[in-house]
Ligand binder design. Structure first.
Ligand SMILES: C[S@@+](CC[C@H](N)C(=O)[O-])C[C@H]1O[C@@H](n2cnc3c(N)ncnc32)[C@H](O)[C@@H]1O
Length: 251
């Protein structure tokens, strides 16, 4: 995870600066051929629950690539929510428990988060949640158009420095892919505690063909009471930040 428990955003960005400036060796020979990633993979040791998550509940973790996310579930006809970057997954598990009539696929690259999410979902005994260790953009590119009812992206890395803005998940080309995968009437729901990113989101999303703001042109959504608080939301709150939700509908 980019900005985990353990790593504040500014440190992540400092590491990223070093990669970009060449002071940290990168395995890729030709940088121009590398896709721009919206995350940095970081490793940290697993605790006992996380070890158990990978071990006892491995059946909840799906390997990439997949051809149709709906078929991962006992009820493929149920509407599918994909959460991009669920972090430690606690809020995603809460959402899946609260909505047994929906299927949930969480995609993350942070292994302790994947393991923790598997542990909590396994302990809760739910069968409407699957987890993937993958770049969500690659997963989305491989599944059928119009197959996802909701895409949610909560407290994405804000990539605060101007030269890192290209890594922000909410960007016209990435949103075009999301639109393609949403069902008609389906939602893209994001939230952030970083005000400049919230304004950026509105600026980008208002211009995306095929999306309409559910709360009116350029409006933020009221914080839905059914969206559980996330770890990064709590962290933002502790730092005195506000919270801005945006909900757009596929039209
Ligand atoms: C700032 S954290 C927020 C985590 C969680 N949503 C929360 O609110 O606590 C953003 C997470 O998104 C993940 N992420 C960013 N881009 C991603 C991508 N393209 N595919 C999968 N995960 C991604 C990062 O690994 C990171 O864990």
């Amino acid at each position: 995870m980019n900005d985990t428990t353990d790593v504040p955003t500014n440190l992540t960005e400092a590491v990223n600066d070093n990669v970009e400036s060449g002071s940290v060796k990168d395995e890729s020979e030709d940088k121009s051929l590398r896709p721009i990633l919206t995350f940095m993979r970081r490793s940290s040791p697993l605790n006992t629950s996380q070890e158990r998550g990978l071990d006892e509940y491995a059946h909840l973790i799906v390997k990439a690539p997949i051809s149709d996310a709906r078929n991962l579930f006992e009820h493929p006809e149920h509407p599918l929510t994909i959460e991009i970057g669920f972090g430690m997954g606690t809020s995603l598990v809460q959402m899946a428990i609260a909505a047994p009539e929906r299927n949930f696929l969480g995609i993350e690259v942070h292994i302790p988060g994947i393991a923790q999410c598997a542990f909590e979902a396994g302990q809760a005994g739910i069968n409407n949640l699957r987890i993937m260790d993958a770049d969500a953009l690659e997963v989305l590119a491989g599944i059928p158009d119009g197959s996802v009812d909701r895409v949610q992206l909560f407290f994405p890395d804000p990539w605060q420095k101007k030269r890192h803005h290209k890594r922000r998940f909410v960007a016209p080309e990435r949103m075009a892919l999301i639109v393609q995968k949403l069902t008609m009437g389906g939602w893209f729901h994001s939230a952030t505690d970083w005000q400049p990113y919230s304004e950026w989101m509105i600026d980008v999303l208002e211009q995306v063909p095929g999306l309409e703001n559910v709360y009116g042109k350029a409006q933020f959504a009221p914080r839905p009471e059914w969206r559980p608080q996330t770890k990064f939301e709590r962290r933002g709150e502790a730092a005195g930040h506000g919270v801005w939700d945006v909900i757009y509908k596929r039209v």
